[in-house]
Ligand binder design. Structure first.
Ligand code: FE2
Length: 285
C-alpha cells in the first residue's frame, strides 16, 4: 500500500431538486452507495437566487442517520418534534444524530442577500440506528482554526489537526470534518487512518490531490481517495478551498428511502408506517 493516498475517482456535483423545490447540487448520494461508507450524501446548497431555496425543507422525518449542516452564508431556521427551535448561522455547524427519529423543518434564509451551506448525511450502524436523538450545536467561534504551515488554514469541525481537536465529539463513525483553505502554491498534508474512507469537496479555487498526474480540480468537484496513510493537496496560483472528510466504514446493508436509512426493507416499511400512524417519535415528543 502506498503511503500517500491516490485519487480513486473524481465526481462532479450534479443539479437536483429537494424539499419543497430547493434547487441544489448533490456531490454524491444514493447512487454512490457504498463507495462513501459511512457517509451517505453531501448536498451543496450555495445559491444566488432566493427562488432557488426559499421554499426550504418543510416538516419531514429522519431515522437511522445523522445530518450535518454547515453554513457559509445566511442561515437555516430549524424547528423539531422535540421542541427545539433555532438557527444555524454563517460559520456554525449543527450535527444532528436523528437516531430513532425526529421530525423537523429546515428553512434557508439569506443574510445581506447571500445564502449558502452544505448538508452531509452520516450513516448510523445497526447498533445505533435507534439511539436517542441528539444535537451538537456548534457556533462559529467554537470551531478552532489551525495554521500548520504558511498558506494553510484549517477550521477543525470534527477530528484533529496537530493536536487541536474539533468541537464535535463522540460520533460513531469516528469522522473528520475539516474546512481547508490554501493560499497560492500551498500544500495540505494530513494523516488519515488506514482503511477509513476519505474524500474532499472543492468549494473554490483550483488545485490537485494527485501529486503524480497533477489533474486539476475546482469548484464542485468531489475527490474520493484510495486507501493509504495520508492525503496531500496542492493549490494552484489562485488558491484552493475544500471540505475534507474521513470516517470508518460501517460495512452493513443500506435500505434507503428519502430521509430514512435503515438496514432492511422491513425496517424501512415499519418506519414509514409509524410515521403515518403517528408513532414515529420515540423520545422527546
Ligand atoms: Fe432534515
Amino acid at each position: 500500500m502506498t503511503q500517500v493516498r491516490t485519487v480513486e475517482r473524481v465526481l462532479r456535483a450534479y443539479r437536483t431538486v429537494e424539499g419543497a423545490g430547493v434547487r441544489l447540487y448533490r456531490a454524491f448520494g444514493s447512487y454512490e452507495v457504498p463507495q462513501f461508507d459511512p457517509f451517505l450524501m453531501l448536498d451543496d446548497f450555495r445559491a444566488q437566487r432566493p427562488e432557488d431555496y426559499l421554499a426550504g425543507f418543510p416538516t419531514h422525518p429522519h431515522r437511522g442517520i445523522e445530518t450535518v449542516t454547515y453554513m457559509l452564508h445566511g442561515s437555516v431556521e430549524h424547528k423539531d418534534s422535540m421542541g427545539n427551535a433555532g438557527s444555524v448561522n454563517a460559520g456554525d455547524v449543527q450535527w444532528m444524530s436523528a437516531g430513532s427519529g425526529i421530525i423537523h423543518s429546515e428553512m434557508p434564509k439569506p443574510s445581506k442577500g447571500r445564502m449558502g451551506g452544505f448538508q452531509l448525511w452520516v450513516n448510523l450502524p445497526r447498533s445505533h440506528k435507534m439511539m436517542d436523538p441528539r444535537y451538537q450545536e456548534i457556533t462559529r467561534d467554537q470551531i478552532p482554526t489551525v495554521t500548520p504551515r504558511k498558506g494553510v488554514t484549517i477550521r477543525v469541525i470534527c477530528g484533529s489537526v496537530q493536536g487541536v481537536k474539533g468541537p464535535v465529539r463522540d460520533i460513531v463513525a469516528d469522522p473528520e470534518y475539516l474546512d481547508v483553505t490554501l493560499g497560492p502554491d500551498a500544500v495540505f498534508s494530513h494523516q488519515v487512518r488506514e482503511g477509513y474512507t476519505a474524500f474532499a469537496y472543492v468549494i473554490s479555487g483550483e488545485g490537485t490531490f494527485d501529486p503524480k498526474d497533477g489533474y486539476q480540480v475546482n469548484n464542485r468537484d468531489l475527490v474520493l481517495f484510495g486507501n493509504g496513510l495520508s492525503v496531500r493537496g496542492l493549490s494552484s496560483g489562485r488558491g484552493f478551498r475544500f471540505l475534507f472528510f474521513s470516517g470508518k466504514p460501517i460495512h452493513e446493508p443500506v435500505a434507503w428511502r428519502g430521509p430514512i436509512v435503515m438496514n432492511t426493507t422491513e425496517e424501512l416499511q415499519f418506519a414509514f408506517r409509524e410515521y403515518e400512524e403517528g408513532t414515529f417519535i420515540k423520545k422527546g415528543a
